[in-house]
Design a protein around this ligand. Structure first.
Ligand SMILES: NC(=O)c1ccc[n+]([C@@H]2O[C@H](COP(=O)([O-])OP(=O)(O)OC[C@H]3O[C@@H](n4cnc5c(N)ncnc54)[C@H](O)[C@@H]3O)[C@@H](O)[C@H]2O)c1
Length: 328
């Protein structure tokens, strides 16, 4: 029997640098659009009298010969207690015999794979010369969003907007140092967007975080923060005029409030959900058509991302001797 590995957040980060995570997402979205993964809708458990909930996200891929299950807790009140919004574990199993292979810190994995998905979408959809980024939100996901867009475009400067101004200021300081570019906190969303050719929305907001009129022509927008039918970070005017690409059609139809709300209001049709990132990657659907078009990648986050990222992490961790072997 293979060893049973436990990988901490630090192990996960060491084993999955952003460039490799983007490669893993390329494979994940390709297999997803080929309908070559088994991925039931995620299940949500909501304890009564508590604002937090637990999501269960299983997946199977014949390509990786692995099964995975992510158990992800999202507790909105955690911020007041100095705890992260998201805490998670990912279990990876061999798909031939069902043997558990590893258990990984799922919060680190989620942040990297969510950033990497936005990075991949930016690589495919943003203008090649895009050099300025605007980041909405300054939390955990916002950090890997900037890291990912810097990995695929020559980003020379970034602005961050968060309604929590001290959090935005901390982000600006930390990310300037980490990325080696000027990152400044914007006074308002309009200032953040002024020169931005890549925009990342990674907030917990249930309402749009910017005004469509402030988007620069030709901007590419990644929307990863909202994933409930009644929550939307992206203004409806942006959805109406953008070339929209989703991570997974069925999941978007269930969860992408940014698209579901205008659909319910009769402003868009189901057609708006039809283009998946994997289909653009395969050349079956067109990507950006010209330099002034607005492109929007709407991602609710799917279990296939966790499976492909975790498979890569475990393989690499074994090569590098990372993690702790747990007794069986
Ligand atoms: N699509 C995916 O795959 C995926 C993966 C992980 C998390 N998420 C979602 O991303 C969101 C952010 O997660 P996180 O872990 O970074 O949370 P976090 O709590 O670390 O950060 C969220 C930040 O958003 C800010 N914010 C809230 N409303 C805002 C607004 N109107 N304008 C600007 N900033 C605002 C908050 O002040 C906070 O700093 C959550 O909704 C989470 O569910 C999505």
């Amino acid at each position: 029997m293979p060893p049973f590995l436990y990988l901490t957040a630090a192990d996960v980060r060491q084993a999955l640098p952003m460039a490799e995570a983007i490669d893993a997402m390329r494979e994940a979205f390709t297999q997803l659009s080929n309908r070559a993964v088994g991925m039931p809708p995620r299940m949500c458990v909501e304890p009564p009298g508590c604002s937090g909930f637990l999501l269960l996200m299983p997946c199977h891929s014949a390509v990786t010969e692995r099964l995975s299950l992510k158990i992800i807790a999202q507790f909105p009140g955690n911020r007041e207690h100095g705890l992260p919004l998201i805490q998670a574990l990912v279990i990876l199993l061999d798909a031939a015999y069902g043997t558990p292979l590893a258990i990984l810190d799922g919060a680190a994995l989620t942040a990297i794979r969510t950033g990497a998905a936005a990075g991949l979408a930016t690589q495919i959809l943003a203008r090649p010369e895009a050099g300025a980024a605007a980041i909405f939100g300054s939390g955990v996901q916002a950090r890997t969003q900037l890291e990912a867009v810097c990995a695929v475009r020559p980003i020379r400067e970034a602005m961050v907007f968060d309604q929590d101004a001290p959090a935005a200021a901390r982000y600006a300081l930390e990310m300037s140092e980490q990325r080696g570019i000027p990152v400044r906190a914007a006074r308002d969303p309009a200032e953040a967007l002024r020169h931005a050719s890549v925009v990342c929305c990674a907030t917990t907001s249930r309402t749009p975080v910017f005004d469509d009129a402030h988007l620069a022509p030709g901007a590419h927008v990644n929307g990863v923060g909202s994933w409930k039918p009644e929550a939307a970070e992206i203004p409806v005017e942006t959805v109406l005029r953008a070339r929209v690409v989703v991570d997974h059609r069925e999941s978007a139809m269930e969860e992408a409030g940014d698209l579901l709300m205008p659909l319910r209001q009769g402003l868009i049709k189901a057609e708006h959900f039809k283009t998946e990132l994997g289909e653009v990657l395969a050349g079956r659907c067109p990507g950006r058509q010209n330099a002034s078009e607005i492109t929007l990648f709407k991602s609710v986050g799917v279990a296939a991302q966790d499976l492909f990222a975790a498979s890569q992490v475990v393989e690499k961790a074994r090569r590098l001797g990372l993690g702790i072997n747990l007794p069986r």
